[in-house]
Design a protein around this ligand. Structure first.
Ligand SMILES: *[C@@H]1O[C@H](CO)[C@@H](O)[C@H](O)[C@H]1NC(C)=O
Ligand SMILES: *[C@@H]1O[C@H](CO)[C@@H](O)[C@H](O)[C@H]1NC(C)=O
Ligand SMILES: *[C@@H]1O[C@H](CO)[C@@H](O)[C@H](O)[C@H]1NC(C)=O
Ligand SMILES: *[C@@H]1O[C@H](CO)[C@@H](O)[C@H](O)[C@H]1NC(C)=O
Length: 431
């Protein structure tokens, strides 16, 4: 029973509820509309990335930890802070993991079973990236052990009694495991983002998909097994999503099908990993090639100067492949200089970065296939557990900070993008 003196409130209350309802509905409609417009898909035209009718050269970074940190309320802010920091340096693409198989905070708990809480975290990451005008290169599985990787898939197949072989490489050839991976691809590509309402496959915030981080299949030196897996999985991805660009995720080593290039490999061993940069990247559904740059890990004993020389040769060789063999852009998706080197000094890192940035800038000026770089890796203060020998906290190193802004601005100038969103503010006083 409502007391009489309160009855007059009822119509007002009704009105408020109604207004709130209308507001929320329109807000949703407006939000969906907002998220759907204003952002073009990144495409490619021959050896160049193109968006909104203009070429795009990428200055970007890696923060593999986004989804993981977005799961829990107390660490979620780090994702936004990192995107904000990246955006303030004019960085336009971030590469991050869209997988976590098996372990702690797993997205895929077991084959085909997903944790909605973690999927919502990935939704959040994508929505935040959009807000900061940063696009995401999303990697779909790890060749390495971290966050599950191919080894986890092999374990699952064993546990379910369908595994053919305990070799970690059975990830590539076991038909049951291939099916697991395809189920995962379907779930991910058709996921409807709970924040934006947009299916991942229709979301231009996603720069591209990367099939697998650093594939190696050492049990088949010929490279045929990996090549066949790439053909099958790229065809499958494109059958669900033909809007996004797709890359393999290679480190860039040459294999037996590229005999003339073998001397460009750091040493002899990379030709025996079952991969081949040219052959794998030439696959018809692959839109651009990827290369990593880690001389510290690839040579046993080289001086810093020798490493710099290698880096230039390594990059130029792949850019030339992009031109002559592939007719596709070549993106340097990971590079870093280790602080564990015996002779390490901070100024070396600046020279290392500058050398790499210069190669891309020169390529961009001549409209060649060197399409950009992604630093490995950036993280925020208070995340020391995620530090590695390569990591950088943007605000803590002024020289690096300025160097990255400079690269953003000069690439923006080459493509006539200097007046776009975040570049406008940071580059105005630079030329
Ligand atoms: C694609 O590239 C070619 C050659 O560089 C150029 O002539 C053409 O205008 C480009 N097309 C688009 C849509 O950017
Ligand atoms: C699979 O890889 C893991 C990690 O590298 C290794 O510990 C394990 O021995 C491998 N399994 C087989 C059967 O080679
Ligand atoms: C790349 O693929 C095309 C056809 O898709 C083929 O004609 C060409 O020979 C291949 N190049 C290399 C280097 O494999
Ligand atoms: C490593 O290289 C330095 C000079 O580049 C040389 O003096 C040293 O003997 C080398 N060490 C080994 C273990 O080869």
């Amino acid at each position: 029973m409502i007391p009489a003196r309160n009855r007059a409130v009822l119509p007002i209350l009704g009105f408020v509820i109604c207004a709130a309802f209308i507001y929320l509905s329109f807000r949703d409609l407006w939000l969906t509309h907002k998220w759907r417009t204003e952002l073009g898909f990144v495409k490619r035209n021959g050896t160049q990335f193109v968006v909104d009718g203009k070429p795009l050269y990428v200055n970007g970074w890696n923060s593999y930890w986004f989804m993981d940190h977005a799961v829990n309320e107390h660490s979620r802010y780090l994702v936004s802070d990192m995107l904000e920091a990246g955006s303030k340096m004019g960085l336009t693409v971030c590469r991050t993991w869209a997988f976590n198989d098996g372990g702690y905070n797993a997205l895929q708990i077991s084959p085909g079973r997903f944790d909605e809480r973690v999927f919502k975290a990935l939704d959040h990451v994508i929505a935040e990236a959009r807000k900061h005008e940063v696009r995401l290169l999303l990697s779909l599985v790890n060749n390495l052990q971290a966050y599950g990787g191919k080894e986890q898939y092999v374990k699952w197949a064993w546990q379910e009694g369908v595994g053919l072989s305990s070799s970690n490489d059975s990830f590539f050839f076991d038909p049951s495991i291939r099916k697991y991976f395809k189920n995962y691809l379907t779930a991910l590509l058709t996921r409807k983002n709970s924040v934006t309402g947009i299916e991942y496959r229709n979301d231009p915030t996603i720069f591209a998909w990367e099939l697998i981080n650093e594939p190696r299949c050492t049990s088949d030196v010929s490279g045929d097994i990996l090549q066949e897996w790439i053909e099958e999985m790229t065809g499958f991805v494109k059958s669900i999503d033909d809007k996004h660009l797709l890359t393999v995720g290679l480190e860039g080593f040459y294999g037996p099908k590229s005999p003339k290039r073998l001397t460009v490999n750091p040493e002899q061993w990379p030709s025996e990993l079952g991969t081949d940069f040219v052959r794998n990247s030439n696959s018809s559904h692959i839109d651009f090639a990827s290369v990593h740059i880690y001389p510290d890990h690839w040579f046993k004993n080289q001086s810093f100067e020798e490493k710099l020389k290698f880096v230039v040769k390594w990059m130029q060789s792949h850019i030339e492949d992009g031109m002559k063999e592939l007719n596709k852009p070549v993106l340097f998706t990971e590079f870093g200089l280790s602080n564990l080197n015996k002779d390490f000094e901070l100024p070396q890192r600046e020279r290392f970065y500058r050398t790499i940035f210069d190669v891309v800038y020169k390529s961009a000026k001549r409209k060649k296939p060197g399409a950009g770089t992604l630093v490995w890796q950036l993280f925020m203060e208070g995340m020391e557990g995620f530090h590695d020998e390569f990591g950088i906290v943007p605000h803590k190193d002024d020289t690096m900070y300025r160097l990255m802004i400079e690269q953003s601005c000069r690439l923006g100038r080459v493509t006539g993008r200097r007046n776009e969103h975040h570049l406008k503010k940071i580059c105005s006083h630079r030329d």
